[in-house]
Design a protein around this ligand. Structure first.
Ligand code: CA
Ligand code: CA
Ligand code: CA
Ligand code: CA
Length: 475
């Protein structure tokens, strides 16, 4: 068996520290045909990664040199009779790329559309990786349109808030470019282009503009193809991410009465994951964006929400409102006319509701932000969860201003946000910056207590509260 051929040791590049195998993972497997010939390798054994040549990863256990063909950057996971081996805690950099959560779908676009989001992709580095440095990314064009003459201003951006569009403070990476020709490439470079810390995610976005010359019906698509990412690990050895290629949706040039396209995504100030006090009026719950493609203004007329989670949505959510979040800050602070449609309530636990006559206009080629707020009953169940979700693309319906189409559905669903009710209730200790309610007028303001603190921890805080209360009464 070739794995014992000593000659390999002379040509492989020694890169690695010892690998400590920990909890099981699908990424690493023990192939008995390879590993067990070393005398029964235990899961606690140390391995040294030597490097890779031509797609074959070489590692050593204490007695053997082992070479395995790999398709993912790891020891091959295929083959009968294999058992899960474990995740290395040091040594092997795990590095992958995948389509982003807001990777642009197929849309209709104007022949003169600018800054069209084409493909969004996310790098993920494992906790075992050192810093991975990406020095260049090459994007490949496809489709029937001529990418060399009909596309310009191809740009790569760090989509920091992962929403699939470029926002105010996000950074462009590399230089603005053009494709090398029809179905050609453009390469973004830097030294480094981007640096990826171990155990992190980074989302990037490619956008481009059309010159006005594409004919109706022609198509454009951007892809990060196999071989399109040039990167090195912390030892300056080349490393290839698993997961390529990643492609964006096909953009079709609209003609005649072709309607525009809509897409929805989680908003930049979505409050998901945080807990709220019961009884607060108009507590933000879901922020989402609606983007119209470059063809025409689309007015959103219908938004349907589906409730999930342990809260009894029919009994414990008094009011559900939809807002135009004009300043995109995630708060219903945009003036009296910003509430869209009428106040609703869920049909029951895990039920649905529909906002009609929404009238939210999304100009061509722009993104607007909308907000859903909940008013919970004051006795809402502490610790209960509630998610507001646009469950399906059919749950949003828009009308095209020039095409006259009345049934435009977006891409991007589901879009949702889950929050929980404070447990234990914390109203007693609210600070002045908190919202009103809770019946705690006698308590001094400005005293915050760690949530869930035991009585022993609370004692000094209660003493401070008593002192402040006495001072206030004397004043
Ligand atoms: Ca083409
Ligand atoms: Ca963004
Ligand atoms: Ca529920
Ligand atoms: Ca706002």
């Amino acid at each position: 068996m070739a794995r014992r051929t000593v000659g390999f040791a002379g040509i492989v590049v020694v890169t690695g520290a010892a690998i400590a195998w920990a909890a099981t993972s699908a990424n690493f497997v023990n192939d008995p045909a390879e590993f067990d010939q070393g005398g029964g390798v235990a899961s606690s054994a140390s391995y040294v990664q030597l490097g890779s040549i031509g797609g074959t990863l070489f590692v050593t256990d204490p007695t053997n040199l082992i070479g395995r063909t790999t398709s993912t950057g790891y020891i091959n996971t295929a083959g009968p009779g294999e058992t899960t081996f474990g995740t290395p805690t040091t040594g092997v950099p795990s590095f992958s790329v995948a389509a982003g959560a807001s990777n642009p779908g197929a849309t209709n676009e104007s022949a003169s559309a600018t800054n069209v989001s084409m493909v969004q992709f996310r790098f993920t580095t494992g906790a075992a990786a050192g810093t991975i440095t990406v020095n260049s990314i090459t994007v490949t064009a496809s489709g029937t349109g001529n990418d060399g003459t009909q596309v310009n201003n191809v740009e790569l951006w760090n989509d920091a808030n992962t929403n699939g569009v470029v926002d105010g403070t996000e950074a462009q990476l590399g230089s603005t470019g053009t494709y090398s020709g029809d179905n050609g490439t453009v390469t973004f470079s830097g030294t480094p282009l981007i640096s990826l810390a171990a155990g992190s995610n980074t989302t990037l976005l490619v956008r481009e503009s059309f010159t006005g010359s594409p004919t109706a019906g022609s198509t454009f698509q951007a892809t990060v193809a196999v071989g399109g990412v040039s990167a090195v690990d912390s030892s300056s050895n080349p490393i290839v991410p698993a997961g390529l290629p990643v492609a964006g949706g096909v953009k079709t040039i609209a003609g005649g009465a072709t309607p525009g396209s809509l897409s929805i995504a989680v908003g930049p100030a979505n409050p998901g994951g945080t807990s709220v006090a019961p009884g607060v009026v108009d507590e933000r719950w879901l922020q989402f964006t609606v983007t119209a493609s470059s063809v025409e203004t689309i007015t959103v007329n219908t938004v349907r929400l589906t409730a999930t989670g342990t809260l009894d949505d029919g009994l414990e959510i008094q009011q559900v409102k939809l807002w135009n979040d004009v300043n995109s800050n995630g708060l219903p602070d945009d003036g009296g006319a910003s509430q869209l449609s009428t106040t609703q309530a869920y049909s029951g636990d895990n039920g649905t509701l529909t906002f009609g006559a929404v009238g939210l206009a999304v100009p061509a080629g722009t993104t607007v932000t909308a907000l859903v707020t909940y008013t919970l009953i004051p006795s809402a169940t502490g610790g209960a969860t509630a998610a507001a979700t646009i469950a399906a693309n059919a749950d949003v319906v828009g009308t095209g201003a020039t095409s006259g189409a009345t049934n435009i559905n977006p891409t991007g669903a589901p879009v949702g946000s889950l929050r929980s009710v404070n447990f234990p209730p914390q109203e007693v200790f609210r600070t002045p910056s908190s919202k009103s309610g809770g019946g705690c007028a006698a308590m001094p303001v400005g005293v915050a207590v760690p949530p869930g603190a035991p009585l022993g921890v609370l004692a000094p805080w209660l003493a401070l509260a008593a002192v402040l209360l006495l001072r206030r009464r004397r004043a």
